[in-house]
Design a protein. Structure first.
Lengths: 302, 290
C-alpha cells in the first residue's frame, strides 16, 4: 500500500521535475545566448506564417518601449512613435489587428524568436551579421549615428581625436557597440570607426546610456553613441546633453522577421516587403517621419 | 508639617531637566511616542520630497499606467505560489522518503534550484528553452512545452524557484509533528496513509501555512525580476517609463510605494492568518492580554 503510493508520488514528482526543470541540466551547453546560427531552416512544419497570421487576425510585433521617439508609451499606456505608426500601418494593410511584445532589444536581434512574435519594426540596423538570423525588408528609414556629450563639456571639439580612449556608452547588441569595436559591417561593407581605443560602456537601451551621461561630464561616461533623432529627442526633453560633431555614419533600418520561424516566413516576408515599398511610394513613411522627426524626412537614402 | 512642606517645595525645583523629561516620558504612552516618530518620518520624507522637487503632476499622470501593472504582478504571484505549493509537497515528501529515487530527485531539485539565481532561471525559461524547442533533435510534441509567453514563463520560473525553498518549509512542517503522534496513530490501528492524512498533515499544515504567506509576500517583490524579461508588470512599467521620460526617481518611487502598499496589505492578512492558525497553541491568552 505504502509502496505503491510512494511510487505514484515519485513518478509524478519526476514528471513535474522533468517538465519543469528538465532544460536546466543542459544550461551549460545549450544556451549560448545570441547564437542563432543553428538550424536556420525555415518552414520545418510546412505551415505558412502569413496564412497563420491572417487566420488568427493578429500580428504580434516586438518593440523596445523605452526608445522615444521611435517607440514609447504615453501615460495612458498606449504605445506611440515612428516605429509604432509603421507597425500599425503594416498590420492595417495586412488586414489584421496588432499586438505588442516588449522583450529586451538584444533578444530581438539575436533571432530564434520561436514564434513568440512575428516581426520587429524596432529600428533594427541591417547588417550581414544579423542577416544570418533575420530577414530584413527594404529599409523603411535611414538614421544617422551621432555622438553626444554632456552639455557642460568643452574638451571634445573634434570627435575624431578628442574621444580616443574615452568611455563611451552604447546600447547592448546595437550597431553602435560594433562600430566602437571597429567590427561594424553594413550591407554596403565595413564601417571604419574614427574613434580609437574607446572604453565601451554597455547599457540595456539607449535612453539608459543617455541618462547616465546627463549625470555630469565624465561622471559615469564621457560620451554616448546613439541615433541622432533619439539624442535630439532627449535634448528636447531637457536632458543635459549636446550633440558633438557630425554624424559618424548612416545606417539603413529594416523590418526584421525571424529566419528560423517555425512556420514558413517567406510569403509573410514578401508581403511585408511589398507593403514597405508601397508605403515609400505613396508617401506614408515620409508623412510618419515628418510627424516624429520634427519635419525631417529620414526615409530617403542619405 | 510646615517644615515638611518647605522641604518638599525646595526639593521640587531641584529635579534636573533630565529627570523631569524622564518623568514626562514615563507619563506618555508608548503608542503616542511611536506615533510621534511616524509623524516625524513622514515630515522628513515630505520635506525631502519637496526639496528635490519631485514632480507630483508627472507622478499623478503616470500613476494609472504604472499601477496598471498590479494585476499582472498579482496573477504571476498567485500562479507562482500555487505551482510552488504543489512542487513543495512533492519536494518535501521526496526529501523525507526512504525511496532513493524519490529522495535523490527531490534533493537534486532543491539543491539545484536553490543554488542558482532566480534571474538566471527566469531568463533560462523565457530565452533558452524556446531556442531548444525548435532544434532538429527536439521532438515536435515537446515544442509547446518549451515555448511560453512571458506571463507563463514568469509563473513557471517563480513557481519552480519558490517550490524548492518551500520544500524545506514543508519538510520542516511535517517533521515538526512529534513522532509520538505517529506511534499513537499506529497504535490505534491506522495505516500509514491514514496516519499521514488524519494525523500528520492536519498538524503540519498549521506549521506550513503561515510561512507560505511569507513566501507569497517575498514573491511579490521578486516578481519584479520578470520585468527585465519584458513582462509589463509593475516594475517594468515604472522603469521603462523612467527611461523613456528621463524620470527614474519619480517612476521608481511610485513603484516602490505600490509594492510597499501591496506587501503591507498582504502582511496584515498574513498576520491574522498566523494568529488564527496558532490559536490552539496559545495558552493563558486571556490572562495576559497582550
Amino acid at each position: 500500500m505504502r509502496r505503491t503510493r510512494l511510487l505514484a508520488l515519485v513518478s509524478m514528482l519526476l514528471l513535474v521535475v522533468a517538465t519543469a526543470c528538465g532544460g536546466e541540466t543542459t544550461a551549460g551547453g545549450g544556451g549560448s545566448g545570441g547564437g542563432g546560427n543553428d538550424s536556420g531552416q525555415a518552414g520545418k512544419e510546412g505551415n505558412d506564417l502569413l496564412a497563420v497570421i491572417k487566420e488568427k487576425g493578429v500580428l504580434t510585433a516586438s518593440t523596445d518601449a523605452a526608445y522615444p521617439p521611435q517607440s514609447s508609451r504615453n501615460s495612458q499606456g498606449e504605445l506611440e512613435g515612428f516605429d509604432i505608426d509603421v507597425t500599425n500601418e503594416i498590420a492595417k494593410r495586412l488586414g489584421v489587428e496588432v499586438e505588442y511584445e516588449t522583450p529586451p532589444f538584444d533578444a530581438i536581434v539575436s533571432g530564434s524568436w520561436s514564434s513568440r512574435w512575428d516581426l520587429s519594426v524596432g529600428s533594427v540596423t541591417i547588417t550581414p551579421e544579423r542577416q544570418a538570423v533575420l530577414m530584413f525588408t527594404t529599409p523603411y528609414y535611414y538614421t544617422p549615428a551621432s555622438i553626444a556629450v554632456h552639455e557642460s563639456n568643452s574638451d571634445i571639439q573634434d570627435i575624431e581625436n578628442d574621444l580616443d580612449g574615452a568611455t563611451i556608452g552604447s546600447c547592448t547588441a546595437c550597431s553602435y557597440e560594433d562600430y566602437l569595436k571597429g567590427s561594424l559591417e553594413l550591407t554596403t561593407g565595413p564601417v571604419e570607426s574614427v574613434i580609437d581605443d574607446s572604453e565601451i560602456k554597455i547599457y540595456d537601451t539607449d535612453s539608459t546610456a543617455i541618462q547616465d551621461l546627463a549625470l555630469g561630464d565624465g561622471v559615469r561616461t564621457d560620451a554616448v553613441i546613439s541615433a541622432l533623432p533619439t539624442l535630439e529627442q532627449a535634448i528636447r526633453d531637457d536632458v543635459a546633453i549636446k550633440i558633438a560633431g557630425d554624424p559618424l555614419f548612416y545606417e539603413p533600418l529594416g523590418v526584421a522577421i525571424d529566419k528560423s520561424a517555425p512556420e514558413d516566413p517567406k510569403a509573410f516576408f514578401e508581403e511585408v516587403d511589398r507593403i514597405i515599398k508601397e508605403m515609400h511610394s505613396d508617401g506614408t513613411l515620409t508623412e510618419f517621419s515628418k510627424k516624429w522627426y520634427e519635419g525631417t524626412d529620414l526615409t530617403k537614402k542619405a | 508639617m510646615a517644615t515638611g512642606a518647605t522641604h518638599g517645595e525646595r526639593q521640587r525645583p531641584s529635579f534636573s531637566l533630565k529627570e523631569r523629561l524622564e518623568a514626562r516620558s514615563l507619563a506618555t504612552p508608548f503608542k503616542a511616542k511611536l506615533a510621534a516618530v511616524y509623524v516625524l518620518i513622514t515630515i522628513v520624507l515630505l520635506l525631502l520630497f519637496a526639496y528635490f522637487e519631485f514632480d507630483t503632476a508627472f507622478m499623478a499622470e503616470w500613476l494609472p499606467y504604472i499601477a496598471g501593472g498590479v494585476p499582472l504582478t498579482l496573477i504571476i504571484c498567485v500562479g507562482g505560489i500555487i505551482l510552488a505549493t504543489a512542487l513543495a509537497v512533492f519536494g518535501a515528501l521526496g526529501r523525507l522518503s526512504k525511496n532513493p529515487l524519490a529522495q535523490g530527485v527531490a534533493n537534486f531539485y532543491v539543491s539545484f534550484i536553490r543554488g542558482t539565481p532566480l534571474l538566471v532561471q527566469i531568463f533560462f525559461v523565457y530565452f533558452a528553452l524556446p531556442q531548444l524547442a525548435f532544434k532538429e533533435q527536439t521532438p515536435t510534441f515537446l515544442q509547446p512545452f518549451l515555448v511560453y509567453d512571458i506571463t507563463f514563463a514568469a509563473i513557471l520560473a517563480l513557481g519552480v524557484n519558490y517550490g524548492a525553498y518551500m520544500s524545506e518549509i514543508f519538510r520542516a512542517g511535517i517533521q515538526s509533528v512529534g513522532y509520538g503522534q505517529i506511534e499513537a496513530a499506529h497504535a490505534l490501528g491506522m495505516s500509514a496513509g491514514q496516519t499521514t492524512r488524519r494525523v500528520v498533515l492536519p498538524q503540519a499544515v498549521r506549521n506550513i501555512i503561515p510561512p507560505t504567506g511569507n513566501e507569497f509576500i517575498a514573491m511579490l517583490k521578486d516578481s519584479s525580476l520578470v520585468g527585465l524579461a519584458g513582462a509589463t508588470e509593475l516594475f517594468y512599467r515604472a522603469q521603462s517609463t523612467g527611461k523613456a521620460e528621463s524620470r527614474a526617481y519619480e517612476t521608481l518611487a511610485v513603484a516602490a510605494l505600490i509594492y510597499w502598499g501591496l506587501t503591507s496589505i498582504f502582511s496584515f492578512f498574513q498576520k491574522r492568518l498566523e494568529n488564527k492558525m496558532g490559536r490552539g497553541y496559545v495558552r493563558e491568552l486571556a490572562s495576559h492580554g497582550h
